[in-house]
Write a protein that binds this ligand. Structure first.
Ligand code: ZN
Length: 120
């Protein structure tokens, strides 16, 4: 057993992590792991003309850490499968920009007419 040399900061959980304490024990030169917090689970049902299959979206906070490094924590929006590779991680500031843009899109859509021939 080699002594622990200050790497504990990468193993101890940030305050927002919902995993059990001490869940991450990355090995030297081994793969890392994630601190995670699931913020919301959004069930989107099948909907004619919009989506053929039900979709489950999860909003999470994630931070990837290895034995010696810790990536900045990010907010992700994606499927409920945490191993899915195409999740996009955004910083808090970037997410704020995204939320603002989404709110503008909602306002634009709701303020406009439903469009010629479009029946809800
Ligand atoms: Zn953790």
């Amino acid at each position: 057993m080699s002594p622990v040399n200050g790497d504990d900061r990468y193993r101890s959980c940030p305050s927002w992590c919902q995993e059990p304490a001490g869940h991450l024990r990355p090995e030297p030169n081994g793969p890392g792991g994630y601190h995670t917090a699931e913020i919301a689970l959004i069930d989107l049902p099948e909907r004619d003309g919009i989506r053929g299959d039900p979709l489950e979206l999860v909003v999470r906070i994630e931070q990837y850490v290895t034995h010696t490094t810790a990536d900045p924590p990010v907010i992700t929006l994606g499927s409920s499968d945490i191993d899915e590779p195409d999740r996009e991680g955004l910083t808090a500031d970037e997410t704020e920009d995204l939320v603002g843009a989404l709110q503008r899109a909602i306002a634009t859509l709701r303020a406009g007419s439903s469009g010629a021939g479009f029946v809800v």
